[in-house]
Design a protein around this ligand. Structure first.
Ligand code: TTP
Ligand code: MG
Length: 411
């Protein structure tokens, strides 16, 4: 009998699963009893894990404030009694039951909390973002992973890929993952979800399959069975725009992508469509790239009221540059490739403009200069023909690297 996947779950077994009950029962039947027959790690076949912390910022806050245990928590900008204009960074799973999640406008989160309170449920605890603390915890977690394998690739503040191919087989690798999960829980009092598969793409989709506190193993050969009934949005690289285009063409599941074929996918989404066709069959990268850390450092801020006042906007831009510069100095990275400016207009239309100017930037003054140069066209008709007011601006450094030191910003 072929094992498609093995699921191991310590929390709610239904959370995060796709809506297709047949997939659920498939995987349930494939669980522990058959596991002894898992295939060995064949030549060239890698064993890759993807670990993602559960409700990261909110979970850290819950740990730091035991009195909030069990309460819904939203971490993000100041709700200002319902008048706040920023967004939620993340919400714990209790707050998600109210419909609050990452990127929910903070005013909407406030409303949802008030509604819940009226129906007798606990109100939401709103907390500000404490990035310094989360970065510290993130480093501690990555250090725990590093004890088990030197081949790893941090992918964001709360997620990391690591290579366990030195294990004899998937069963042994699963044992290592369990130890890592236990150590993270013991030392940091936090849970995470992990996916184990032959490449990064499947491991990432698998880590999201049973959140929170999940462990999902997709054995070699079982990739397509695992993927085929998942909604297309589960595939990294399919955002709301691609989803809409594909849905309109009747493509709703990963299996549909394969069924329509490469030509059709290319016709709908160009080269990206072709890539997705291969992804949908479970193909993907299995290399760890620790030096090419894709993490970015950025800050953004929503104005108290939409504005086109250039003094005010420039002042805020400089403050953001100062914050980003400070974080960069503390990050341990030495250089970056791209500087990205984000502008959100009234009505939420958002543009991001990035330029590969990292080489040029040697100081805080340079970041301020380049950011302002990129921003100015949005303050006049060059890139803002209707002179729309601006709601939010952001600055981000992308493609951070530990080398080369000649581009290091002065400390
Ligand atoms: P995620 O891993 O996407 O979310 P999460 O860890 O909060 O929840 P999950 O259990 O579903 O993994 O993001 C990690 C952290 O990054 C998150 O805790 C807060 C931050 N974040 C933002 O600030 N803004 C965002 O839009 C998202 C998606 C995340
Ligand atoms: Mg997470």
């Amino acid at each position: 009998m072929k094992i498609i996947a093995h699921l191991d779950k310590h929390a709610s077994p239904l959370k995060g699963l796709p809506h297709n009950p047949s997939v659920l029962s498939n995987f349930r039947h494939g669980a522990t009893p058959l596991h002894a027959s898992v295939s060995k790690c064949r030549n060239n076949m890698k064993i890759i894990a993807h670990l993602d912390m559960d409700a990261f910022f909110a979970a850290v806050e819950e740990r730091e404030h035991p009195r909030f245990k069990g309460r819904p928590i939203a971490v993000g900008s100041d709700p200002k009694g319902g008048k706040g204009r920023g967004v939620v960074s993340t919400a714990n799973y209790k707050a998600r039951e109210y419909g609050i999640r990452s990127a929910t406008p903070i005013s909407k989160a406030w409303q949802l909390s008030e509604q819940a309170e009226k129906s007798g449920k606990p109100s939401v605890i709103f907390l500000p973002v404490n990035m310094r603390l989360y970065s510290k915890v993130s480093k501690n977690i990555f250090k725990i992973v590093e004890k088990y394998t030197k081949l790893y690739e941090p992918a964001s503040i709360d997620e990391i890929y690591f290579d366990l191919s030195h294990s004899k087989n998937f069963k042994e690798a699963e044992g290592v993952v369990k130890k890592i999960k236990e150590e993270i829980f013991e030392k940091e009092k936090l849970t995470c979800s992990v996916g184990l598969a032959k490449n990064k793409l499947i491991a990432k989709i698998a880590s999201d399959f049973q959140k929170p506190n999940g462990l999902t193993v997709v054995l070699p050969g079982g990739e397509f069975k695992f993927l085929e009934n998942l909604p297309i949005r589960k595939v990294p690289g399919i955002g709301p725009k691609s989803e809409e285009i594909l849905n309109r063409a009747g493509i709703n599941t990963v299996g549909n992508i394969v069924a329509v074929g490469k030509k059709k996918m290319e016709h709908l989404l160009g080269a990206h469509g072709k890539d997705l066709y291969f992804s949908a069959q479970g193909e993907g990268d299995d290399e760890m790239r620790p030096e090419e850390d894709p993490k970015s450092i950025g800050e953004q801020d929503t104005f108290g009221a939409d504005t086109l006042n250039s003094d005010l906007i420039t002042k805020r831009l400089y403050e953001l540059c100062d914050g980003v510069f400070r974080s960069f100095k503390q990050s341990g990275f030495n250089s970056f490739k791209n500087l990205v400016l984000t502008v959100r207009f009234s009505g939420f239309e958002t543009v991001s403009h990035g330029e590969p100017v990292g080489e040029k930037i040697k100081s805080l003054k340079d970041i301020r200069f380049e950011s302002l140069r990129m921003l100015l066209p949005y303050l006049d008709k060059r890139k803002n023909p209707n002179l729309k007011k601006i709601r939010l601006i952001g600055i981000r450094l992308e493609k951070l690297s530990k080398k080369p030191p000649e581009n290091r910003l002065p400390l």
